[in-house]
Design a protein around this ligand. Structure first.
Ligand code: COA
Length: 486
């Protein structure tokens, strides 16, 4: 039978390290039995060290000393642990011998080499292959639990419990362990469901609010369900580690994909409530279309209080990305009118104020488009920026891959890999002045099995050989293209 671990339930308190023992309250009157937290006693401040004198970036990384037992696969979990690895955590990825993370072999572009799907989500990690359903594999797993700070997983609901790793067992082995999970849904009717990216986008409100009014719901290319939830989980983990400084104990952290997507769609829940007060005037349905009971899809309308739309630029007939996002920000309305040659709109009562413009937005954007179509998107951007008119070119992946400023900032990096050669990846998008990120290639399957068994767990060469012959661990899976072709 599958055991369910309810994340909402309170973790068992085994070893509160910073509190005095709770005094017996048997004789106290009922009202006084609940201990009142005193501001002084409940908060033990982390010692404020004197600032280090080393130069910026020379004082190690933000998460140096944090060891992560990485049980993640596919995208959501690996996104989270990759971020933590970039911040300096030692991330030990546990994979099934001979198989590994399923993405190693998905969407392959180079025969027998780890796919870009895998390599771009697993930088800076170490890989150990371990059959966790093997008795000896299970022993190693438990030994790792004892020496790690965080266990991150995004298995289907119930998998970790079936491995014998209930939160209670983990907490027994290591009360300081933070146990962090991505699941498709939080507690509720769908909590047992398996979920992938687009399911989360649909269940979290993104699809119903994306697209055009006369078309079906649309999913977005941004992986807000997987990578977005991985980001949420990473924040939860760092907060749990921070809280552990005070409490001395770990806790469960859950990031459900539906919740993560809804959080990213919160402006749409805002608009849902605004509907009660009447039409959403910045939506393209206003003033001629209809509003129903739910927030409609708003095409390319801006999500905020400043109307915006995507407009054609020179070359749009042949280039699918010859477009610019244009915002009619109120403070620069006069400049917009001058640039597009409509100076009379500056004072005309139908156009002079944001309120007057709302029912005419389609006509206004059509007119601005007559101007943008005479310029390519970069020319338009240059001219509009001179007047502080907010706008942005629609950049293709091809353009982003070769954008010099993104290469210079480390947001797009070239990585070398032993079996696939050089490839481009997105580096750490979070820049910190004293915790500099370097992007190291993803590990081959089982590349660090021996290293981890020896250096982290203290196994001897003989013990490792025995483990290998038992089938509990795998070998290093280094299939170079040449060998594979032979
Ligand atoms: N040794 C032995 N077995 C291992 C193992 C190891 N090192 N690592 C994993 N396994 C086994 C697990 O024990 C489990 O087996 P069980 O079902 O017999 O208990 C199985 O591999 C993994 O199961 P599962 O997580 O169900 O994988 P899946 O490929 O069927 O489903 C998902 C994939 C993503 C749909 C599912 O994991 C999921 O819903 N995850 C949560 C939501 C999520 O993160 N989704 C986004 C993915 S990007």
């Amino acid at each position: 039978m599958r055991t369910r671990t309810r994340i909402g339930s309170k973790p068992p308190v085994r070893r509160p390290t910073t509190k005095k023992p709770v005094r017996k309250a048997a004789k106290a009157p009922a009202a006084k039995r609940v201990a009142k937290p005193s501001p002084k006693s409940t908060v033990t401040r982390v010692a404020t060290a004197r600032p280090i004198t080393k130069s910026w970036g020379e004082a190690g990384k933000a998460l140096d000393g944090v060891r992560i037992l990485d049980f993640t696969h596919v995208q959501s979990g690996p996104t989270c642990t990759q971020l933590l690895a970039w911040m300096g955590a030692d991330v030990i990825k546990v994979e099934r011998p001979g198989i590994g993370d399923i993405t190693r072999g998905q969407l392959r572009d180079v025969p027998n080499a780890d796919s870009l799907y895998f390599t771009m989500l697993n930088h800076n990690k170490r890989s150990i292959t371990l059959d966790t359903k093997h008795a000896k594999g299970r022993e190693i797993l438990e030994a790792l639990v004892k020496v790690c700070d965080v266990l991150v997983e995004n298995f289907a609901p119930g998998v970790l419990d079936r491995m014998g790793l209930t939160f209670e067992r983990i907490h027994q082995l290591n009360p300081r362990m933070v146990v962090a999970s991505v699941k498709g849904f939080g507690p509720g009717p769908y909590e047992d469901c398996k979920v992938y990216e687009n399911v989360a986008q649909c269940a979290g409100g993104a699809a119903s609010t994306t697209g055009f009014d006369d078309g079906p719901p649309l999913v977005t290319g941004a992986q807000i369900g997987d990578s977005g939830t991985g980001l949420h989980l990473a924040l939860g983990i760092v907060c749990a580690l921070y809280q552990r400084h005070r409490t001395g104990r770990g806790q469960k952290v859950l990031a459900a994909m539906q919740d993560g997507v809804l959080n990213l769609c919160r402006v749409k829940l805002r608009d849902q409530q605004r509907l009660a007060a009447g039409a959403l005037k910045e939506y393209p349905q206003y003033p001629h279309g209809k509003f129903g009971a739910a927030v409609p899809r708003s095409g390319n309308a801006s999500g905020g209080g400043q109307p915006g739309w995507i407009l054609k630029c020179k070359g749009w007939e042949t280039d699918p990305n010859a477009y610019i996002y244009f915002i009619t920000q109120a403070p620069v309305w006069g400049e917009i009118c001058k640039v597009i040659g409509k100076e009379e709109w500056i004072t005309h009562p139908d156009y002079a104020t944001p309120e007057a413009r709302l029912p005419r937005l389609k006509h206004i954007f059509d007119t601005v488009e007559q101007w943008t179509m005479t310029k390519d998107k970069f020319e338009a951007m240059d001219i509009l920026n001179k007047y502080d008119i907010p706008c942005g070119p629609i950049l293709s992946m091809e353009e982003l891959a070769s954008e010099p400023s993104l290469r210079a900032s480390g947001t797009v990096v070239e990585v070398d890999h032993p079996t696939r050669g050089k490839y481009l990846s997105v580096g750490n998008p979070i820049k910190m002045s004293d915790s500099l990120s370097e992007v190291k290639r993803s590990p081959l399957l089982g590349e660090h099995t021996e290293e981890i068994l020896q250096k982290v767990l203290g196994f001897s060469a003989k013990q490792i050989a025995e483990l290998r012959s038992s089938g509990a661990i795998g070998g290093i899976d280094v299939k170079r293209p040449k060998e594979a072709a032979a």
